[in-house]
Design a protein around this ligand. Structure first.
Ligand code: BGC
Length: 730
């Protein structure tokens, strides 16, 4: 009997320790147990609040007009954090930790698309570098800058395979090929998330826009997307599957009406494919108001029904709309939403918060701007990536690089001192004042050895030709002319589709004027999309597509022009001859009548094809060698090709390996990219490039249900201008 008080005392101590340190707060307990414990303690209101994202801070996206600063509710699941101060984030987080009953941390998200404060080239440009390691590094740096500003999560990468350059958002993704989008997706996810999300400086990634969004009719943003299941499986889903396999934390459901069932209420894609087939255990956030938009699309009669459909289809978090908060409790009461689905959604959101380590480390370091942003090593990566992204489309008479024989150079065009448009769309927290302009870059690169003549020439648009005279004068006084033309940043990006992809008439007119002067003449283009060049392509001696290069625009471009950097970019999206040829992509299906059926008024070949890009070096390809000509499905076939840098200049060459499957039960594209490799080759150096064909990875294709099909028969390997046959035997 004497032992009883002692027992009570021990129980009392144990239970109070337990209350102070419940399992969900115990960092040594397994995450799933912590979640179980936390969910068991949460009220319905607390659960529903987790499924909401509000915005905090300045909003500059015209689509998101409803932005308002709200009193932050400490129970909120997430904030779209548009401020750059870690202090503000920490204060809000403190409120969540200390003022909410259970102290669940908030996850802070932001669109870190191609950099946070250090702006890298746009994703479309980045893909033209074919340098996945560098892209991954740019994402690592972006994550670090973003984390130190208070972000845990980025709405990136965008992996919508984009084949319509009229669609403004082509600039945000990695071009027209599903394999390339998959490879860059993995690089981006690994760059942002690192090896362990709970470590400092890593942020959760978000694949978007799931799925088929880039197929909007005619390239008009937000419009209907008619995507067959076959196309869904072979073109649009593969990059998402690759990202899920790479461990991406979240996905964003698209705005698009996907063949009658909008992507933000599509049970097939969001639940059956993503969660059940691929086993994704993170969560899906809607795009901005894409749940409410279901009412505009005619898929839900009101907000409540929109919420019900999106939530039950598999969207766990509502970006910006409050629809879940307003309607989920009632929908539960009515028995339309089961409690298990709420718990599943909350579990998924909490899982990512736990993986991010937010329960253990809810706050970020508070450093000064100088300590956090634009560090010299970041700028180095930005310059390298910008220079590797640029694509030399044409270089007659070796007009580029501009050698020291040229004693005077004219630089003409509205982009010369531009810093805003150099950053491109979705520049994160990039500031124009940080951008190294082209004028600064060329002065530093050429200023000591040549006289530089500058002129604006014209505006981006309009009809004022009064500055042409000044441009002519600058050109006539120079040995070589560099004309910088292109698009403003707002001409591509969200809600920025264009019916024409030509340069404005005034720019084409100035190009024609420069041509008349008979001087060696280089055209530098800056754009967020492929341009229609048919009227001007033959005029300049050289054309360089520099895209929108970001913070280090000036030095990167100047380095390419001088030959300090040797161009190594290749197009990841086709430049058609005219806008009327769209859709035009390399991996089209064969036509019914060989060689016929093309538009009669333009050449059938594109102006610049996928994979096109020149170098100051010349590379000689040897004969492709196959380890065997017949393989079975469990064997591998090794193909090799020797490439020689047959020039006096060091350079880099990317070898693109394509496979063609000429006859199949479901028709296949003419050829498909399966692998690529970029290597630096010193002048005169030879190197063997190798591709190991694995039938189970490289010869299979999906049917319209997503089943993988492998069929014996002939295949062709295509590399450079060679095409060799091999056989897959049963
Ligand atoms: C865009 C998304 C973006 C979101 C948040 C939307 O309008 O479509 O790509 O992540 O806004 O800013």
């Amino acid at each position: 009997m004497k032992k009883l008080p002692l027992l009570f005392f021990t129980l009392f101590i144990l239970s109070s320790t337990f209350a102070q340190n419940p399992v969900y707060k115990d960092k040594n307990a397994p995450i799933e147990e912590r979640i179980d414990d936390l969910i068991s303690r949460m009220t319905l209101e607390e659960k529903v609040m987790q499924t909401n994202q509000w915005t905090y801070g300045k909003n500059s996206n015209p689509n998101n007009i409803e932005d308002r600063m709200r009193e932050v509710n400490p129970m909120i699941g997430s904030l779209l954090y548009r401020a750059t101060f870690p202090q503000a984030r920490n204060q809000i987080q403190k409120k969540a930790i200390e003022d909410s009953r259970l102290g669940i941390p908030i996850i802070f998200g932001f669109d870190v698309i191609h950099g946070y404060r250090t702006v890298f080239p746009t994703p479309l440009a980045q893909s033209c570098s074919w340098n996945t390691a560098l892209v991954k590094e740019s994402c690592r740096i972006s994550a670090k800058e973003a984390w130190l500003a208070g972000c845990d999560w980025t709405f990136s990468p965008m992996i919508d395979v984009a084949r319509n350059p009229r669609w403004g958002r082509v600039v945000e993704g990695y071009g027209e090929d599903p394999y390339l989008n998959s490879v860059f997706c993995v690089a981006a996810v690994e760059g942002y998330q690192g090896k362990d999300l709970s470590e400092k400086y890593t942020i959760a990634a978000c694949l978007k826009h799931y799925v088929g969004y880039s197929m909007s009719e005619g390239g008009k943003d937000y419009h209907y997307t008619d995507v067959s299941d076959q196309t869904l499986w072979e073109t649009f889903l593969p990059p998402f599957e690759a990202g899920v396999k790479a461990g991406v934390a979240t996905l964003m459901s698209g705005f698009n009406d996907l063949t009658g069932i909008p992507a933000s209420a599509n049970h097939y894609t969001l639940t059956e494919i993503l969660k059940e087939k691929w086993g994704h255990d993170g969560f899906v956030i809607s795009d901005w108001a894409s749940i409410r938009n279901l009412t505009n699309q005619g898929y839900a009669k009101d907000r409540k029904e929109a919420g019900l459909k999106a939530f039950m289809a598999g969207v766990e978090m509502d970006m910006m709309d409050n629809i879940y908060v307003e309607n989920l409790p009632q929908l539960i009461k009515e028995g339309k939403v089961p409690m298990e689905r709420i718990d599943d959604a909350v579990r998924r959101i909490l899982r990512i918060k736990y993986r991010l380590g937010l329960f253990e480390q809810p706050y970020v370091d508070e450093l000064t701007e100088e300590e956090r942003f634009l560090l010299p090593e970041y700028l180095e990566v930005a310059e390298q990536l910008a220079s590797e992204s640029m694509v030399l489309l044409k270089n007659d008479n070796q007009t580029l690089p501009i050698t020291s024989n040229n004693k005077s150079i004219a630089f003409i065009g509205p982009l010369l001192s531009d810093s805003v448009n150099m950053m491109g769309s979705w520049e994160g927290m990039g500031k124009a004042k940080d951008v190294y302009t082209i004028i600064e870059g060329v002065k530093a690169e050429f200023g000591d050895n040549a006289t530089l003549n500058f002129a604006a020439g014209c505006e981006f648009d309009g009809s004022d030709t009064t500055s042409f005279a000044e441009a002519r004068k600058a050109a006539l006084a120079s040995d070589v002319v560099v004309l910088l033309m292109g698009e403003k940043k707002g001409w591509s990006g969200e809600n920025s589709s264009r019916s024409s992809i030509s340069l404005p008439a005034i720019q084409e007119q100035l190009i024609a004027e420069m041509d008349k002067l008979g001087k060696p003449f280089v055209l530098v283009l800056s754009s967020g999309r492929p341009l229609e060049l048919i009227r001007i392509n033959s005029l300049p001696d050289a054309i360089l597509e520099m895209w929108q290069p970001g913070t280090m625009a000036g030095p990167a471009l100047a380095g390419i022009l001088s030959g300090k950097y040797n161009p190594s970019g290749k197009l990841t999206i086709t430049f058609p001859q005219t806008v009327g040829q769209i859709p035009m992509h390399y991996n089209a299906r064969p036509t019914a009548v060989k060689g016929l059926g093309y538009f009669q008024d333009v050449p059938k070949e594109p102006m610049y094809a996928f994979g096109h890009g020149l170098s100051y070096s010349s590379f000689k390809y040897g004969e492709v060698k196959l380890s065997t000509e017949k393989i079975s499905k469990d064997e591998k076939l090794t193909v090799e090709i020797e490439v020689t840098n047959n020039s006096e200049v060091d350079g880099s060459e990317t070898v693109l390996w394509f496979i063609s499957d000429p006859f199949a039960s479901i028709t296949r594209p003419i050829k498909e990219l399966k692998y690529f490799e970029k290597k630096s080759l010193k002048a005169g150096e030879k190197s063997i490039y190798t591709f190991e064909i694995d039938p189970m990875r490289d010869l299979i294709y999906p049917n319209s249900k997503g089943d993988k099909i492998l069929e014996a028969g002939d295949f062709y390997l295509m590399v450079n201008d060679q095409k060799v046959k091999f056989e897959l035997v049963d």
